[in-house]
Design a protein around this ligand. Structure first.
Ligand code: 13P
Length: 344
């Protein structure tokens, strides 16, 4: 008999397969607008569908892509040949996942801070998403660094929502990606990022325990410990790798099978180099991989630019970054590999 736990075990194993990582292609309609704008692409439903079909039909994408996080719209869209986009993925052995949070709202009495919403009716939505092929889910909480923030109220509210979401997912046999993102947009030092990330992860794992979430059947998606973008002193690759690992070792139980980082606004090459440096410092208690949005897609969006004639070029750029991040997942990445661009 396949229980929901054996099912989730298989899903988690597939998500964390060696040499692969997760493509976060779950930008909301508002967020993809920002990404498209940079490349002059009109944000129409057709363009969003075409773009995602281009990515998901990249030849041999499955060699480096274990799963794809979809936005709800995409989960119910079909490729040109009529195949649902989720099935385009699963037929290649790539696991379809789904972003299930409904974005953020301002937290009352906590200026500058947001909480993630979407728990109401989530059990029903999960059943619908599972029937459409989704095997894992994502919920993103946002923690902001600034003057006097984050507050405990904000971290606690976000951590509790993450845990309640994760419990609902597991009850439905869906592997939750638990994503507490400490933003890297401010002028803080790397040590402030370390302290806030450590505090956040401690709180998240305490809530996960309270809500009886099975650590063996989840994936953590954290930020790396980095200098704020506006900080005058930017930590180098090795410092980021060392401090991120120290922070995670202090806070993430080894029962968690895998950690899949977000890129959070890092350059494509930095995101890859950081992951590579961490894996080169192994052995580690968990699989360490990527779940990048921008750092995997930025060159592909630019190359495609919404034009049919650029389809293969867009795919080549996606494959290039996926391949390099796949190497970073095994600790075999070197910056010299950046030049090995090949067309599909
Ligand atoms: P970025 O890698 O662009 O941060 O996106 C990952 C993600 O899924 C954020 O929720």
């Amino acid at each position: 008999m396949t229980t929901i736990f054996t099912e989730m075990e298989q899903t988690a194993r597939a998500m964390l397969a060696r040499g692969k990582g997760i493509l976060a292609a779950d930008e909301s309609t508002g967020t993809i607008e920002k990404r498209f704008k940079g490349a002059g692409i009109p944000n129409t439903e057709e363009n969003r569908r075409d773009y995602r079909e281009m990515l998901f039909t990249t030849p041999s994408m499955a060699n480096y892509t274990s799963g794809v996080i979809l936005y709800e719209e995409t989960l119910f869209q079909k490729a040109r040949n009529g195949t649902p986009l989720a099935e385009v993925l699963s037929r290649q052995g790539v696991v379809p996942g789904i972003k299930v949070d409904k974005g953020t709202i301002s937290q009352p009495f906590c200026p500058g801070e947001v909480i993630t919403v979407g728990l109401d009716g989530l059990d029903e939505r999960l059943a619908k998403y599972k029937a459409a092929g989704a095997r894992f889910a994502k919920w993103r909480a946002v923690i902001t660094i600034g003057n006097g923030i984050p507050t405990h109220a904000n971290i606690a509210a976000n951590a509790q929502a993450l845990a309640r979401y994760a419990a609902l997912c597991q009850a439905a046999g869906i592997v939750p990606i638990v994503e507490p993102e400490v933003l890297m947009d401010a002028d803080n030092t790397i040590d402030t990022c370390f302290a806030v990330t450590e505090n956040t992860l401690r709180c998240v794992f305490a809530e996960l325990a309270t809500h009886r979430v099975s650590l063996e059947h989840m994936v953590l998606k954290p930020n790396m410990v980095v200098s704020g973008k506006k900080c005058a002193v930017q930590a180098g690759i090795d410092e980021v790798a060392t401090k991120t690992l120290l922070c995670l070792k202090r806070t993430v139980p080894s029962a968690v099978p895998g950690i899949a980082f977000l890129s959070g606004g890092q350059s494509d090459e930095d995101a890859t180099a950081h992951l590579g440096a961490m894996n080169a410092k192994g052995p580690l208690p968990w699989v360490l991989t990527f779940s990048y949005g921008r750092a995997l897609q930025a060159p592909a969006i630019k190359a495609w630019a919404g034009k049919e004639a650029n389809w293969k070029l867009g795919q080549s750029h996606y494959l290039h970054r996926a391949k390099l991040n796949g190497a970073a997942q095994t600790g075999t990445y070197s910056s010299a590999m950046e030049k090995q661009f090949a067309t599909v």
